[in-house]
Design a protein around this ligand. Structure first.
Ligand code: DGJ
Length: 374
């Protein structure tokens, strides 16, 4: 019996781990960082994602990632759920194109897709960060797609840079006069105090004025009054912009503001509580995690104030190994903080962090929980 014990133990361990993988698809807890199986027994493939609640169903949209590349070989995926635990794979909501030269040609980069519903038009509107095929991260565009149904198929409309020809709303005549004195050729060396001051005063806004502002990591937000906003990392990821959308949610209006100029923020996620807007972001360290940042404002147009990292506990200084992507309102003063644990060497194996947001002294705090029920 003693000689067989290691074998029996090994078999029992295999059985138990198989059982626990299957249980994770069936029980009722969220387990951040673990595999999360859909209704077909596959790890959910919806990274950098966001969630739309529509007619009692949650729709989770995200980047489909392949085993060996983060480039978009498939498109934006959609999953649906009524309990936030069990997810039905609805398939590909926005497919990549096989037409050479298409903005969304297979192999381009599509990141952080978000979908909002427009009550006036009855359309589902998807915005995402788009990098054209074989151009690295140089294009820095947003893309827009639309559908009559939440699960798609979404029709791609267009992609471009943001707000060409427009200065931020807060640029009064004094700020414009200062910007007028800034010449990009004089600031070849980055990260010097002079360069920081120039970026804060709009050096890169001016550089990109004609062709439009860069638009990378992004989210969408619909306010209580139905106005929708596109929030994105601009100015070479140095400054966040918040741009008001047109009433059909398919274009930028002319109005936008800057948040934390030269602050180097990515991965914006936003919610509103008791009249205060809270935004959680990350620093810019590629796929590697860093400490989350947090800002608040009494109005979406600012002024925005920075607060300490809202994460608490082990690995809080690395956002528990993740990077923010979305904040899901549950109602009754409850929100879920959603983040991605990237796996750049095996992109499809990237994991999800979903944690409840608590409030201490009326400020959001996020604590790690191995498992919890939403
Ligand atoms: C961090 C961003 O947040 C991600 O969406 C992705 O663009 C990576 N950088 C690429 O390095």
């Amino acid at each position: 019996m003693t000689t067989h014990f290691p074998y029996i133990r090994a078999i029992l361990l295999v059985l138990l781990s198989t059982l626990s993988i299957h249980m994770s698809a069936q029980d009722s807890d969220i387990r951040s960082g673990k595999l999360w199986l859909d209704d077909q027994g596959q790890h959910i493939n919806a990274h950098g994602g966001g969630i739309l609640q529509h007619n009692g169903t949650y729709y989770w949209y995200g980047e489909h990632k392949s085993d060996h590349t983060s480039n978009a070989l498939v498109g934006v995926t959609c999953y649906s759920s009524t309990d936030l635990i069990h997810w039905h794979n609805c398939g590909v909501a926005l497919s990549m194109s096989d037409r050479p030269g298409s903005d969304i040609e297979r192999g381009c980069i599509i990141e952080r897709p978000k979908v909002i519903y427009n009550h006036r038009t009855g359309k589902f509107c998807m915005w995402f960060h788009l990098e054209l095929k074989d151009q690295g991260y140089g294009a820095a565009r947003y893309g827009v797609a639309v559908s009559d149904r939440p699960e798609g198929p979404f029709e791609f409309l267009s992609s471009q840079r943001a707000n060409p020809g427009q200065w931020p709303t807060e640029f009064d005549s004094r700020a414009l006069a200062i910007a007028d004195t800034l010449h990009i050729a004089r600031y070849q060396q980055w990260w010097t105090p002079d360069w920081y001051r120039a970026v804060e005063c709009g050096l890169f806004v001016k550089r990109d004025l004609e062709g439009g502002q860069m638009s990378r990591d992004m989210t969408l937000y619909v306010d209580d009054d139905g106005k929708a906003y596109h929030i994105y990392s601009s100015e070479d990821n140095l400054t966040l912009h918040i741009a008001l959308l047109t009433d059909d949610y398919l274009h930028h209006s002319d109005r936008y503001t800057r948040v934390a100029p030269a602050g180097h923020n990515e991965a914006p996620a936003i919610f509103k509580r008791q009249g205060t807007y809270w935004m959680i972001t990350s620093g810019c360290t590629g796929w590697a995690p860093n400490a989350a940042r947090m800002f608040s404002a009494p109005c979406i147009w600012g002024p925005w104030t920075q607060h300490p990292n809202p994460c608490i506990g082990p690995r809080a200084d690395k956002t528990f190994g993740g990077q923010s992507t979305f904040i899901l309102p549950l109602g009754n003063d409850r929100w879920i903080f959603m983040a991605d644990i990237w796996r750049p060497r095996h992109p499809s194996d990237a994991r999800y962090i979903w944690l409840p947001i608590d409030f201490e002294d009326d400020k959001p705090v996020i604590r790690w929980c191995d498992e919890w029920h939403p």
